[in-house]
Design a binder for this molecule. Sequence first.
Ligand code: GDP
Length: 472
Amino acid sequence: SEVATMMDVPVTQIISACMSLGMMVTMNQRLDAETLSIVADEFGYEVEFVTADLEETTEVQPDKPEDLKPRAPIVTVMGHVDHGKTSLLDYVRKENVIAGESGGITQHIGAYGVELEGGQKIAFLDTPGHEAFTAMRARGAQVTDLAIIVIAADDDVMPQTKEAISHAQAAGVPIVFAINKSDLPTANPEKIKEKLAGMNLLVEDWGGKIQSQDISAKTGMGVKELLEKVLLEAEILDLKANPGRLATGTVVEAYLDKGRGYVSTVLVQSGTLRIGDFVLAGKNSGKIKAMHDERGNEIKEAGPSTPVSILGLDGAPQAGDKFKVMLDEREAKDIAAKRTQLQREQSVRTQRHITLDEIGRRIALGDFKELNIILKGDVDGSVEALTDSFQKLSTEEIQVNIIHKGVGAITESDVLLASASDAIIIGFNVRPAGNARQVAEKEEIDIRTYSIIYDAINDLKDAMEGMLSPVM
Ligand code: GDP
């Protein structure tokens, strides 16, 4: 109805234009960006979108190759609960690996940097687990370069290990395995590697390409070697950034400190952040009054891949919000205010996720080449059978990817992964557990549950064929 008013055409004409695109809509329905463009075009209008993400307000020059300097990898630690993620992060934080400065890190600021004997650096995100990792991705932040996946050698490749692997793979982040608790007499690292091989994840000992290191997060055995392997893997990625520009990066965490005001930890990803810089971070802004590293030292500037805690923002941005230094203080404030307002209006969503009903139309529009599916089932047999059948539905026009599959209920973590990877979730004889349903509603993730294999396959097939024979 709003669009009809703006273009001064009867609302029924808009509705029938949508119908000719295969969409049944009502007067009060909000249309997504593509539909709006197409419909407007039919009436001779062009749509200009004003988004909350006013990235290009400050002129961004592309970096010249000679300005790009190597930067440290940013690493996240993931794995099944109790397999030793926290212990590993604690060990690295406290122990010898830091050249000349053992036991120096006292503050928890959400991320920390370590320097190895050779002078190379690694930045660790200090919130372990794939949930935190994917929650950030769902907010549009891709921070991690590399994932260490911890697996306890006295246990097994567990459901959350598999999840962590899927989450890293869906993000395109290389994995280094840390086979932990090798100090225990019951440890059996070979069994773990064999299990991984069975999942098509061949580690180096097994003739594959994936790095793996037996460690003990308790005694420290193998941790140094693990970090060396992380660096080796990072070298292949050839990570670079330009320290000579205004800083941009991502917020890692933020809180209100009674004495000091809002404290935010940010990870600089490009450029150099300095005291006195004017920063826009999500819906907040402010001039940096002070900066501290993870050792509580005051610092004046922070280059690429450096985590730093900053004082001076006028609020607490959310983890995963991007930040950037702005030349114009007024402009930073205006954008922050505009974002606050847009969020209040809520109905403005910058991203909508795919639904089964929409697949046909999206493929007809030609911008949809890959259908990502997360598949959960009650038993392994049905999950495998469905995986096979779904993959066989791939055509030249569209590739069906099972980005994660597993046995068990649909969890919040599945929903976050779907949100970060624009996937639909299919459950076979399982339902959403805990908060999964609510989060799915908020993130607008399509969850379909089935109890008959044939129905699941047919629904997907119909949805895909819908797109192949457009109803124009
Ligand atoms: P998280 O849930 O993955 O963060 O696991 P934690 O780091 O909390 O570790 C779970 C338990 O395993 C704790 O009781 C740790 O002390 C123990 N643990 C972790 N790493 C090792 C290890 O290398 N050897 C032994 N023996 N115990 C470990």
